[in-house]
Write a protein that binds this ligand. Structure first.
Ligand SMILES: Cc1cc2nc3c(=O)[nH]c(=O)nc-3n(C[C@H](O)[C@H](O)[C@H](O)COP(=O)(O)O)c2cc1C
Length: 252
């Protein structure tokens, strides 16, 4: 039986927000980046007492995670190098695959276990697989080719300020299903979905750091282009974040 969404979990406000915050060539032209206040950095309080945190670098350095966290950064230059298929596989599986046979555990938490994030990946320079656009089917743990060809020039044309990532090797296109989360939680689902995407993004960053892959998240891109390319119905699911991947100059 088809489930209907009742008033309590309808999500008109989330939809108004979603549609009004999509970036297209027109909306980008309207944005002004010249006159804005600096972020406040810290909140101010009336302080009763304060303690310096105790950081023991030696202790924490013994844990490999600390090095991965310290090395994490957004790429500012890539060298047109090749990633291996194994590197891409590790990155996809450990950022969002299913960790158990029953397909109940994943490497990220998710509000209400809705897991509204999906992975498409455009491959340009990856050893052993052809150029094209793939869907990562996490349930089957497979990379599925859906469009053949070299899409790099075209994709970069639809990314705002792509200078630091021009020589990239692949682009992960993270699509979020608004319907997946909002059909359960109503308008609040949009916030949950964005938090989920943040967890996924940090995993991609940390795995890139561990695998010596350069990575830069991009939210500045033309939504309509990417949604059309992937045949998405923007009201139900939409491309919300890109992760551009490549090799850096220390890894030739
Ligand atoms: C949600 C999100 C969106 C971002 N969008 C862009 C973007 O459109 N273009 C870009 O060059 N960098 C983008 N970045 C990267 C940030 O500029 C970068 O994380 C920030 O400058 C801090 O640098 P770091 O990651 O090296 O510590 C984005 C990062 C995040 C988390």
């Amino acid at each position: 039986m088809k489930k209907t969404i009742n008033k309590k979990n309808s999500y008109e406000t989330a939809m108004i927000y979603h549609i009004n915050t999509l970036t297209t060539k027109n909306t980008y032209l309207e944005l002004g980046f010249n006159d804005f206040p600096e972020p406040q950095k810290e909140f101010e309080h009336y302080i009763l007492k304060e303690y310096d945190l105790k950081i023991d670098e030696n202790k924490i350095n013994k844990n490999p995670l600390s090095k991965i966290i310290k090395d994490r950064h957004s790429a500012f230059k890539m060298n047109n190098g090749y990633l291996t298929f194994e590197e891409i596989s590790q990155l996809l599986y450990f950022s969002y695959g299913y960790l158990d046979e029953e397909k109940s555990r994943r490497p990220v938490p998710s509000g209400g276990a809705r897991y509204p994030v999906y992975f498409y990946i455009a491959i340009f320079n990856v050893e052993s697989i052809e150029k094209g656009i793939y869907y990562y089917n996490a349930t089957e743990n497979k990379l599925q080719l859906i469009f053949e060809g070299d899409f790099r020039t075209e994709l970069l044309k639809n990314i705002l300020e792509p200078n630091s990532v021009k020589e990239c090797s692949a682009i992960i296109m993270n699509v979020c299903s608004i319907r997946d989360t909002c059909s359960k939680y109503g308008n609040m689902g949009y916030k949950l979905m964005c938090v989920d995407l943040g967890h996924v993004s940090q995993n991609i960053y940390l795995l890139s750091s561990a695998l010596n892959i350069e990575c830069r998240a991009h939210m500045g891109f033309f939504n309509d282009y990417f949604d059309n390319l992937l045949n998405l119905n923007t009201q139900d699911e939409s491309t919300l974040l890109l992760h551009v991947l490549g090799k850096g100059f220390d890894s030739i």
